[in-house]
Design a protein around this ligand. Structure first.
Ligand code: UDP
Length: 449
């Protein structure tokens, strides 16, 4: 019998947010099945506590001394800049100790694109390193094009350019640029410049499928990065494991079981977005007028000025009890896979986008910040399985969008296209499919390091 080769240890560094932790944990699960030993190095922020799915994995905490409140108070861009600076030195010492503990048996460091401090430590110990892009390939390209525009001062009149198409980035417009209204353009560009710098990386892996983003992927591979780029996703279709940081309320599945096929619109704005109370009320009235059943995730603290939904009116509660169901956090993948769900009102985070694509569910897109606008534009104009609601939210627009998606012929056409896309994605992660092959090639590459 052929002797099993010794397991090689990989150190993986996820970024501290649900949307980054999930794909990293799914990747770990698959690499572990492929014969690698795994160490997960996290900071104390948004710490993923090991579940039964990860019993053979080593979890370690990178030392740093940032105040707990920074994650909430600084906003994502400044927080990540600060975290990277803070961990730049501490991770080197830490990796040195890990190497001692593991008798130098670490073959590679794989880090989330937003945890670029890890590269310096890998380089110090002459360890190969790999960038894991947990956003889309297009978001990566977009960051590098905007870096160039910013450097050439072409972004100065950004306000007047809002609706214009960006050369090189069709069909993205200037207003789809991944910015956050809570951070200055300078700090955003500093962050982005760091995430697109390949430094000494041996390759880049991306949670996407070649079918979804072929032109962005070839642009990265041939022009921007010039190192191997492996599209290995959607990873949630490759590895099943519970990766939620919050407790999922499964009672909504029982509620869905009582609804008709394709009759429910699922509403979730991800793990970070904050909304104004007015916007929530416009959504509620629009939903009421649309006469559709809905399942709505409202995270505690996600409505500005409210702990949860206690400040919303009695009319709101009545409307919900008539035709809707509200939870604080849902088992989203299970929800999207449920036959009763016919549409998804989403902020278009990359994971939510992939999860919707993977289940053939069309979307109403209401992006907030970061790469969400890029994803929304692709849903609407490239894959043509979403409609975007732009501008100030108003109940009439909500009602029209929901009816359009759930009742109209155009919505039905979108649903058919979404199902075709789901079939293509399912084939891509099966044996012989493009993402499956890419993941195999990547694992092979890891074994050669
Ligand atoms: N999610 C979930 N339950 C919810 C809402 C969201 O499990 O009630 C998960 C969702 O499945 C996705 C992640 O949270 O995997 C959100 O990531 P995404 O990239 O979509 O958005 P972000 O939270 O980063 O804005």
């Amino acid at each position: 019998m052929e002797e099993m080769p010794a397991r090689r240890r990989l150190v993986l560094v996820p970024a501290p947010a649900q949307g980054h932790i999930s794909p990293m944990m799914q990747l770990e699960k698959d690499l572990h099945l492929k014969g690698f030993s795994i160490t997960i190095a996290q900071t104390k922020f948004s710490y993923f506590s090991p579940t039964d799915d990860f019993t053979d994995f080593q979890f370690v905490t990178i030392p740093e001394s940032l105040p707990e409140s920074d994650q909430k108070n600084l906003g994502p861009v400044l927080f990540m800049l600060k975290l990277n600076k803070e961990c730049q030195v501490s991770f080197k010492d830490f990796l040195g100790q890990l190497l001692l503990q593991q008798s130098n048996d670490i073959s590679c460091v794989i880090y989330d694109e937003f945890m670029y401090f890890a590269e310096a430590a890998a380089k110090e110990f002459k360890l190969p390193n790999v960038i894991f892009c947990t956003t889309s390939a297009t978001a990566f390209v977009c960051r590098s094009v905007f870096d160039k525009l910013y450097a050439n001062n072409v972004l100065a009149p950004l306000k007047e350019q809002q609706d214009e198409l960006v050369p090189e980035l069709y069909p993205l417009r200037y207003k789809d640029f991944p910015v956050s209204r809570f951070s200055s353009l300078e700090s955003i560009m500093e962050m982005y410049r760091n995430t697109i710098d390949k430094r000494t990386a041996s390759c880049v892996i991306i949670n996407t499928a070649s079918y979804l983003e072929s032109s962005s992927l070839s642009c990265l591979q041939q022009q921007k990065l010039k190192i191997p780029v492996y599209p290995i996703g959607p990873l949630h279709m490759v590895a099943t494991a519970s990766t939620s940081l919050l407790k999922e309320n499964k009672s909504c599945i029982e509620w869905l079981n009582k609804q008709n096929v394709n009759s429910v619109i699922y509403i979730s704005l991800g793990s970070l977005a904050l909304v104004d109370i007015n916007e929530v009320m416009e959504m509620a009235w629009g939903l009421a007028a649309s006469n559709q059943q809905f399942l709505w995730v409202i995270r505690p603290g996600s409505i500005r000025g409210s702990e949860w939904i206690e400040t919303l009116s009695e009319e709101f509660s009545k409307m919900v009890s008539d035709r809707g169901y509200i939870v604080k956090w849902a088992p989203q993948k299970e929800v999207l896979a449920h036959p009763a769900v016919g549409g998804f009102w989403s902020h278009c985070g990359w994971n939510s986008t992939l999860e919707s694509l993977g289940e053939g569910i069309p979307m109403i897109c209401r992006p907030f910040s970061g790469d969400q606008k890029v994803n929304a534009r692709y849903m609407e104009c490239v894959w043509r399985i979403g409609i975007q609601v732009e501008g100030e939210l108003e109940k009439g627009a909500v009602e029209r969008a929901v009816k359009w998606l759930m009742e109209d012929e155009e919505g039905e056409e979108m649903r058919k296209r979404a199902v075709t896309l789901k079939e293509k994605l399912t084939a891509s992660v099966r044996s012989g499919g493009s993402s499956h092959n890419s993941l195999e090639e990547f694992a092979h590459f890891m074994r050669t390091l």
